[in-house]
Write a protein that binds this ligand. Structure first.
Ligand SMILES: O=C(O)[C@H]1O[C@H](OP(=O)(O)OP(=O)(O)OC[C@H]2O[C@@H](n3ccc(=O)[nH]c3=O)[C@H](O)[C@@H]2O)[C@H](O)[C@@H](O)[C@H]1O
Length: 433
């Protein structure tokens, strides 16, 4: 007798015999088979419905997934207090990525001049979260509350906008790093695309709508050879997924500006460095290795040409960010309608004087009083570009942006700061590895 499985799924049509003796049997089997089939289908449908319902409830409770560390009266009070404006004509700013390198500096600068600041950060582990927690402690000591949450958590964002009528959003939360995109591409889509859309949705629905200033990147110039890079240059040849997500961000923000009248300013940062910086960046990881007597890899371009970057000091970037917030203009949506065009701007924030990577290493050697163990290797095909160089005339005329710190001075400040806080942070970073 064929098994039920064989009856239901005969391997060949020839397996069915047409003799009468088996015909009743077969009818029974058919009937049983069809009942079984129905039963199996019913089971399948029940399972499908159950999975759909549980998926729906997962989606609905999407924010519950993130809720562990937000909500409650005490939390709301901290948000309110932190957002209070203490100067006339001041602004109330939601800073995403506040425990990040640029986010920390911008938050401090805003608070210092009397603006209200609420930070938001998901404290992910792209690099040692203890560095982010140390930055949060610094912000906390200046009266800045940092909400622990993800920009993809739309309920949390909605709640924040319910509590505070933010005038501005400084959006710095992102998955940074050019080369890491080959290791973890989805993290770029999660933060730089999905997270950006989630944030813009919250901004567009907020009443009043805030003005948005956000971090794009010099990497959008990709493989361009014309220097210096100007905002009007083509940006359709990204060399990394990181760059592609930042470029996508520029297009996405444009649609929110066009449809909903959100005031948008995108800032193309050029290799920002300085105290409290990111340990994954070359100047920081080189410093760590030099101090530990470990070799450093210095990438070289085609024909052994040195790579060069328009390294930009953090204090200059902060001035550019504040200048952008101050000049951002208003969003125009009210009463369910866009009331006229809102500003849509893009600026380069660079230093206008590229320096080669070997020169960066020489400067570090001088300040660290230690020779680096240089290991020159060909640039791996991992998304890097050979050089960057910003034309900043637009930012100069529109924002009053005028970088004043050259790489020598900036690295001196970075190294000096090491003796205070970063040495400790480097140790923490090493311990976590
Ligand atoms: O402007 C940006 O939009 C980006 O700036 C930054 O990217 P990059 O300019 O690539 O900075 P960074 O990693 O410090 O490498 C500097 C140089 O050292 C070379 N480099 C790097 C590592 C190494 O081991 N060896 C080496 O030679 C390397 O080839 C490069 O030539 C931000 O990280 C990024 O998030 C984004 O904001």
């Amino acid at each position: 007798m064929p098994s039920l499985e064989e009856e239901l799924f005969p391997s060949t049509p020839g397996k069915f015999k047409i003799d009468r003796a088996h015909s009743m049997n077969r009818q029974f089997h058919r009937c049983f088979a069809s009942t079984s089939t129905m039963f199996l289908w019913a089971l399948f449908l029940i399972a499908l419905t159950a999975s759909y319902l549980s998926f729906q409830s997962f989606v609905d409770s999407g924010s519950k997934y993130f809720t562990a560390s937000w909500g409650g009266l005490q939390w709301e009070k901290q948000v309110r207090v932190s957002s209070q404006i203490r100067r006339s004509g001041g602004m109330s700013v939601l800073v995403t990525g506040a425990a990040g390198f640029v986010g920390t500096h911008v938050s401090l600068a805003l608070k210092r001049r009397g603006d209200g600041v609420v930070g938001l950060d998901n404290f992910n582990n792209y690099y040692d979260p203890s560095l982010k927690k140390a930055r949060r402690a610094l912000l906390d000591s200046h009266g800045i509350f940092v909400v622990e949450g993800d920009i993809n958590d739309s309920r949390m964002l909605e709640k924040l906008f319910d509590i505070v009528a933010f005038t501005h959003v400084m959006h710095l939360a992102a998955q940074a790093g050019v080369r890491y995109a080959m290791e973890n591409p989805n993290s770029y889509v999660h933060s730089n695309i999905a997270g950006l859309v989630s944030l813009l949705e919250a901004c567009k629905s907020a009443n009043p709508q805030p003005s948005v200033v956000w971090a794009s990147s010099s990497s959008v110039y990709g493989l361009n050879e014309k220097v210096p890079f100007s905002e009007s240059d083509r940006t359709d040849q990204p060399a990394s997924l990181y760059a592609a997500t930042k470029k996508a961000g520029e297009e996405i923000t444009h649609t929110y500006n066009h449809i909903y009248g959100l005031s948008i300013t995108g800032l193309r940062f050029f290799t920002v460095y300085g105290p409290w910086g990111r340990p994954d960046m070359a100047y920081f990881s080189f410093t760590r290795n030099i101090l530990q007597g470990k070799p450093i890899k210095i990438y070289r371009g085609k024909n052994r040409v040195d790579l060069a970057r328009d390294f930009t000091y953090i204090d200059d970037i902060v001035k550019g960010c504040l200048g952008s917030l101050d000049t951002s203009g208003k969003s125009t949506w009210s009463g369910g309608k866009k009331r006229g065009a809102a500003p849509y701007r893009i600026f380069n924030l660079g230093n206008t004087s590229p320096v080669t990577v070997p020169t960066l290493v020489s400067i570090l050697e001088r300040y660290l009083k230690t020779k680096a163990k240089r290991n020159l290797v060909d640039m791996p095909g991992n998304g890097d570009v050979p050089f960057t160089h910003a034309n900043i005339s637009l930012a100069r005329s529109e924002l009053g942006y005028k970088p004043t710190t050259d790489l020598q001075t900036g690295l001196k400040k970075f190294v000096r700061n090491l003796t205070f806080s970063c040495r400790l942070l480097i140790e923490m970073y090493d311990r976590s590895k």
